[in-house]
Design a protein around this ligand. Structure first.
Ligand code: G3P
Ligand code: CA
Length: 301
């Protein structure tokens, strides 16, 4: 059985494909940039659901992204918005308002997939209805040490103590992900808030950090400060050009822009020799990187 699998992998590689963690064939990359599935494969499936994370991995994403908040009873959950209003359906007392004001039991009554089917009927699937909000622990349990995680600590009031950074670190230790994070960046911790990253650094100086940047903040002086504590930066697509990538690399910073979705933009940003990027369409980025060898130095990884 094992030799048959090895043979199948070899044949696929010879044909220009590789095998994703679930065994699906994906095109082999000619340029080794990092594919980050933004909120999972959120262009194809409802963001921050297990369905979106599963699909991202099937499509050959190297990292799955989680945005995290704390519930009112201290559990880290994966959601992008501060409030539930856009993506949750269910009892109003549980599924509207600020996510950090709800208990986990309340949140687990919310359907996180129906909004997607309503918004994107061309991509709707019956199985998306009833998807629930995942806890970060459920995500770590489901995928274990087989995949890479790109966790964003979101700003939010009322997230309680211990801090979200401390609880993230505790989960990484509990699920054996801390060493992989330190040794090979299996978990990257990102935030727009420098003090959050500095707290993470104080808690564990070896965890690799990504400083997210708002539009029009990507100047050389700011990046030089970030380089003192961060492994890399996440600038907005609108700020990225070849010169900015060179400046970042000159400071030793990896660069992973967000959020790049059209084939035209994926090709353009890949051509600037970024080290990877966030996309809702990991399959599309993979095709771009498989179609052509970009003349770039080895990415910072
Ligand atoms: O974390 C990178 C990117 O996701 C930042 O923007 O708003 O989608 O979390 P946002
Ligand atoms: Ca994010």
């Amino acid at each position: 059985m094992r030799s048959a699998l090895i043979l199948a992998v070899g044949l696929l590689a010879a044909c220009g494909s590789s095998v994703a963690p679930n065994g699906a064939a994906t095109p082999v990359l000619k340029t080794d940039q990092v594919i980050v599935a933004h909120r999972g494969a959120s262009g194809h499936a409802p963001e921050h659901t297990l369905a979106a994370y599963d699909l991202a991995l099937q499509m050959g994403a190297e990292y799955i992204e989680q945005d995290v908040y704390s519930t009112s009873d201290g559990v880290l959950v994966c959601l992008h918005d501060t409030t539930l209003n856009r993506t949750a359906r269910g009892p109003a007392e549980n599924c509207t308002g600020n996510v950090s004001s709800k208990t986990l039991a309340q949140l687990k009554t919310c359907d996180m997939g129906s909004w997607f089917n309503e918004a994107y009927p061309d991509r709707a699937k019956p199985e998306y209805v009833g998807q629930t909000i995942p806890t970060l622990e459920e995500v770590f349990q489901r995928y274990g040490k087989d995949v890479n995680y790109y966790v964003e600590i979101k700003p939010g009031l009322g997230q309680g103590q211990p801090s979200v950074a401390q609880r993230l670190l505790d989960l990484m230790n509990q699920y054996g992900l801390r060493e992989g994070s330190v040794q090979r960046r299996q978990v990257l911790v990102q935030s727009f808030i420098p003090t959050v990253l500095l707290e993470m650094q104080r808690l564990d100086p070896e965890i690799p950090l990504i400083q997210l940047m708002q539009p029009l903040t990507t100047n050389a002086a700011t990046m030089a400060l970030i380089a003192r504590y961060s492994f890399g930066i996440g600038p907005p697509l609108s700020d990225v050009n070849a010169s900015l990538v060179q400046q970042a690399h000159g400071l030793g910073l990896a660069m992973h822009p967000y959020t790049v979705n059209s084939t035209e933009d994926l090709e353009r940003i890949a051509g600037y020799c970024v080290d990877g990027l966030f996309t809702n369409f990991p399959d599309r980025y993979r095709e771009v990187l498989a179609a052509k060898r970009y003349d770039c130095p080895a990415p910072i990884r």
